[in-house]
Structure formats: structure tokens, C-alpha cells
Write a protein that binds this ligand. Structure first.
Ligand code: ATP
Ligand code: LTN
Length: 333
């Protein structure tokens, strides 16, 4: 690889991606891929923290790879692979567990939220999830990690772990920086605009997926929860629903909030919701077309994953060997 700076990011194969995943992260991956050496991972090991049907997990993993490519991630220019194909992730994760404190992990908002939501399965993996994420990032000497706003805390922990480790053993890891978009870092639920749009929401009217057909997209936007004031104006605090729709519209069309306010001056919410829906349908059309093509060429997808894992493994093992040596494990004769 060249001397360009490096990006690493990943998503869990837990079903079709939402507009939140796209606007918060994937759109930036696509924009940054020309400037950076990029590694994009399907983090299938992370997805095990929630009980899944094996066949579903298998199908979702290749489907996620296809969604990355359909959203414009070029498999010729970037490394695309499945986390479980490179064993260094699990290995470094164990090591880093020994350099991470219970207190730090207990403070993670995502752990608190997920353990409240899955009370019947608060497993140790859910607790150490951010350590595996730190391993993902640190293995590749990553400069920049493009993610949505909800991952900021996990990234700060990854930085703390890297600095702690480097403090003891010298410069082993590059300390990564987060890359979080100014607009779209936190797309909210269409039904409950004060909580995050999430693909695991029980109410499917709460989220738009990249694979939703046009009529579903329009219907979900029409039903989006708003306020009773009937003026299209950005005010996150008092008008979270409308502000969220404005964020989506702005991210998809590139229009500023001021331009949007002017465009819908004197018009009702019905017109605005329809315009947002139509803009999203337009944006998703090419993505869905490419996705369907890719899903019918399974061999092409598995070949990308195979090649990606090969390169990723080479890079990851360089770091892992260095770590093993630094901490005093005897090199394999
Ligand atoms: P969950 O079902 O737990 O909500 P998720 O949608 O957060 O899962 P992940 O695979 O964990 O899915 O997240 C992938 C990426 O999408 C991360 O970078 C995350 O920050 C980003 N992301 C997720 N939801 C949103 C959202 N509502 N707005 C902006 N970015 C988001
Ligand atoms: N925890 C992330 C997914 C993730 C990730 C990563 C993101 C796992 N490993 C490495 C960036 C870099 C999430 O979005 N829930």
C-alpha cells in the first residue's frame, strides 16, 4: 500500500442498512475512498452479541458486502472483507481486554442501552464489544475512522487503549481520529424523533432501509411524526421531527437548511414530507439496482471477500506480531 493515510470502518450484518447508517457513515466512506487507503469490514463477530439464526447471519453478511458496493464503495480500490476471516481481530481483542478496565466498559452508553433492551442476554461479548472494535481499528494502524455520532465514545476508548498500550511498550499503535459528519451524524427515528433511527427497531415505520421499495419509502415519510406548528423550520429542540426530516433532505439533496426553509415557506407538512420521500426514493434507485445485480453474482462477492481477507490478513498480522513480541510472548519457532 502507498503512503496515503488509512481509513478503517465497519458495520454489523444485522439486516438491511438504514438511511441512518448510510447518511451517518457509508456516504462518507464513499466520499473518502479516493483520498485514503480504505479498509471496510463486515463485522460479523460483533453481530454475535445478539442471538441470530445462523442462516440469517450468513445471508446478511454477504448482503452487507453487496450493500457497501452498491453504495459506491469500489472493490477494486478498497479492501473489503469479513471480520471472522482474519483471526487477528479475535486475537488482538483478547490482548486488549487485558489493557481495558471494567469501569471504562461499564460507562459505555451503547452497553447500557443494549443491556437494558436485551435483559435476557446480557453476555460478556456485549460488555467487551468496544475492545473488539478497538482491535479492528488498531490492527491496521488506522488514521481515520468514519462513523456516526453514536460511535464517538467507542472511538475515544480505542484511543485511550492505544495510548495506554503505547505508554507501556513504545509506539506500537497509531492513535486513530474519528470522522463524524456535520450533517447526518445522528438520523432520528421517524416515529420517535428523539431516539436514534435503528435497524433493530420493532416498528418498521421508524426507519427507512436502503432496500425499501419506493411506495414504502413514501408511506413511511408520510407517517413520520412531526409537530402541530406547520412551518418547515430547523429547531432541533422544539421540532425534532421536522428537523430530522430537514437533515435527511439536506444530506440527500445537498441543500442547506436556509434553502429548505425558503423552498417550503407557506407550504404544509404534507408537501414537505412528500418531497423528502421523493428525494430519498431517487437517491436509493441506483443503489437498489446495483444491489440486485450484485446479489445475483454470488461468486463475484465471495471472490472480493477472499481477496480482501488475504490483504487484510497480511496487514493485520504485521501489527499482531509486533504486539506479541512487545508484550513478551515467545515467537513461534
Ligand atoms: P442498531 O440496530 O444497534 O441500531 P446500527 O444501525 O447502529 O445498529 P451498526 O452496524 O452498529 O448499526 O452501525 C453502523 C454505522 O452506522 C456506525 O458508524 C454508526 O455510527 C452508524 N449509524 C447507525 N445508526 C445511525 C443513525 N441513526 N444516524 C447516523 N449514523 C448511524
Ligand atoms: N461498533 C460499530 C461497528 C464497528 C466499527 C468497527 C466501526 C465495529 N468495528 C471499527 C468502525 C471501526 C457500530 O457501529 N456499532
Amino acid at each position: 500500500m502507498s503512503e496515503r493515510k488509512r481509513i478503517f470502518s465497519g458495520m454489523q450484518p444485522t439486516g438491511a442498512l438504514t438511511l441512518g447508517n448510510y447518511l451517518g457513515a457509508l456516504k462518507n466512506w464513499a466520499q473518502l475512498q479516493d483520498e485514503y487507503d480504505s479498509i471496510f469490514c463486515v463485522v460479523d463477530l460483533h453481530a454475535l452479541t445478539i442471538r441470530r439464526e445462523p442462516a440469517r447471519l450468513r445471508a446478511d453478511s454477504l448482503s452487507l458486502l453487496a450493500q457497501y458496493i452498491a453504495c459506491g464503495i469500489d472493490p477494486e480500490k478498497n479492501i473489503l472483507f469479513l471480520q471472522s476471516h482474519v483471526s487477528a481481530h479475535a486475537e488482538l481483542s483478547w490482548i486488549l481486554n487485558c489493557y481495558t478496565y471494567m469501569g471504562e466498559l461499564g460507562r459505555m452508553t451503547q452497553f447500557k442501552e443494549k443491556s437494558a433492551r436485551h435483559q435476557d442476554n446480557i453476555n460478556a461479548g456485549l460488555f467487551t464489544y468496544p475492545v473488539l472494535m478497538a482491535a479492528d481499528i488498531l490492527l491496521y494502524q488506522t488514521d481515520l475512522v468514519p462513523v456516526g455520532g453514536d460511535q464517538k465514545q467507542h472511538l475515544e476508548l480505542a484511543r485511550d487503549i492505544a495510548e495506554r498500550f503505547n505508554g507501556i511498550y513504545g509506539d506500537v499503535f497509531k492513535v486513530p481520529e474519528p470522522y463524524i459528519p456535520k450533517v447526518g451524524a445522528r438520523i432520528m427515528s421517524l416515529q420517535e424523533p428523539t431516539s436514534k433511527m435503528s435497524k433493530s427497531d420493532e416498528n418498521e415505520n421508524a426507519y427507512i432501509t436502503l432496500l425499501d421499495p419506493p411506495d414504502a419509502v413514501i408511506r413511511k415519510f408520510k407517517r413520520a411524526v412531526t409537530d402541530s406548528e406547520a412551518s418547515v423550520r430547523f429547531d432541533q429542540e422544539n421540532k425534532p421531527g421536522i428537523s430530522n426530516l430537514m437533515t435527511i433532505y439536506s444530506s440527500v439533496t445537498g441543500k442547506t437548511y436556509d434553502e429548505i426553509e425558503r423552498e417550503f415557506e407557506g407550504k404544509g407538512y404534507g408537501d414537505f414530507k412528500l418531497a423528502v420521500g421523493e428525494a430519498v426514493v431517487e437517491a436509493l434507485k441506483p443503489v437498489q439496482g446495483r444491489y440486485n445485480e450484485l446479489m445475483s453474482s454470488r461468486d463475484y462477492l465471495t471472490e472480493i471477500a477472499r481477496k480482501g481477507a488475504e490483504t487484510a490478513e497480511y496487514l493485520a498480522n504485521k501489527t499482531l506480531r509486533k504486539v506479541y513480541k512487545k508484550i513478551g510472548l515467545v515467537p513461534r519457532p
